[in-house]
Design a binder for this molecule. Sequence first.
Ligand SMILES: [Cu+2]
Length: 126
Amino acid sequence: MRRLLLLLMLGALVSCQPSSSSCVVIEALGIDRGFRVQGTNSADVTIRQGGCIEFVNVDPTGTLHLAQTKPNSGPPKDFSTPNLLPDPTQKERVVLNLAGEYEYICSLNTGNVVHARTMYGKITVR
Ligand SMILES: [Cu+2]
């Protein structure tokens, strides 16, 4: 019963998010091409405090990716998306309420440094 209630509450929270978002979209293009802010040639972006990012995996090779704050980079708050399937309809939203610099990387797990070497960027929140 409590479990059901929790699920209902979670459902309510999720449905509160606006369906048409004005988040900045950051695409994971692949190990060789890294991340790109959609419509630009850069993996770096500046957004307003309280703004949001949506990460999406568009890697044509079908490789899994994710986005997380770089360890020990000292962002105002760490974030990590779940694994992003190579499916453009799976967008993982990160809301950044604290100003500062967020260096982010792709790393499927802490032992996987290959992705992080080429897949990285910076989100500045003002
Ligand atoms: Cu990756």
